[in-house]
Design a protein around this ligand. Structure first.
Ligand SMILES: [Zn+2]
Length: 273
């Protein structure tokens, strides 16, 4: 299954038209259309920025060094990505060794999932739904859309070329402070959910896992607000999302044989604990 091309609300093209020097970037960006709408940062530039961000983040975040867990998380991620038009690109999945319940996508095919989320998930499908949602942000290229809006395309393009070293550090500082690349818009969150719901059956997990996970996080907020504070700060409208995800699942067929849970996930959860 391929994730079909979508029209994503994007940075208005007109905003960048006066910047003649960026014509090359614009053309390169157009060549990558189909990943999710107009995005003026090319895939090559996005992945170049991703490598820089990954390097900086590795110094700042406590990343789990358990090969078994890391291989499992990467295998799930690859299974999801393999169904998309970005399958041939180098995606990397990292586990942050923190009890916080959170996950985020960084441009350039990077997904960071917190140990607390793996621990808290009520089953494999719940965990996979988070991975699928983050891969959804990546496939739709929401990160570079937000960063282009935030910094302006020319500054971001210069940062990728190493001409604005402060910008990469500023992005990293924001990720560390906020627990995500940026607060995505409602429509970006819905789109990441929608892509996630479509990718889960291909990995043989039931997309209802996404509904269960979101409900679980709402409950957890009542019980232990600190654990999910940053998740809810960057992911508003969870109740709306649950409803939209349920509607989306109802429209899908052939879900009967899909898994909600499995032993492999439970053994990974044991290792994390
Ligand atoms: Zn999201």
């Amino acid at each position: 299954m391929k994730v079909r091309a979508r029209t994503v609300p994007s940075v208005p093209v007109a905003r960048f038209l006066p910047v003649v020097v960026l014509l090359g970037v614009f053309t390169a960006g157009c060549a990558t259309l189909g990943f999710g709408g107009v995005n003026l940062i090319s895939i090559e530039e996005e992945w170049e920025m991703g490598r820089q961000l990954e390097e900086e983040l590795a110094e700042e975040l406590p990343l789990l060094e358990d090969a078994v867990v890391n291989e499992y998380v990467s295998a799930i991620g690859d299974l999801l990505v393999s169904q998309t038009r970005m399958a041939d690109l180098d995606w990397r999945f990292h586990v942050v060794e923190e009890p916080e319940v959170n996950a985020f996508n960084v441009p350039g095919g990077l997904v960071y999932v917190y140990a607390g989320l793996i621990e808290e998930a009520g089953g494999a499908a719940e965990f996979v739904s988070v991975m699928a949602h983050e891969v959804g942000h990546g496939v739709a290229r929401h990160g570079t859309e937000r960063l282009s809006q935030q910094f302006g395309l020319s500054v971001l393009a210069a940062a990728i070329l190493g001409q604005e070293p402060g910008i990469i550090q500023q992005i990293v500082a924001e990720i560390l402070a906020v627990g995500a690349i940026a607060s995505f818009s409602r429509s970006q969150e819905f789109e990441a959910d929608e892509i996630g719901v479509e990718l889960m059956p291909g990995a043989e997990y039931h997309p209802r896992g996404m509904v269960h996970l979101l409900q679980r996080l709402l409950e957890l907020r009542e019980r232990e607000p600190g654990a999910v504070e940053r998740f809810f700060a960057t992911h508003p409208d969870v109740t709306d999302r649950i409803q939209r995800v349920e509607e989306r699942i109802e429209a899908l067929e052939g879900l009967a044989d899909l898994r909600m849970d499995d032993d492999q996930f439970r053994s990974i959860q044991e290792r994390i604990r």
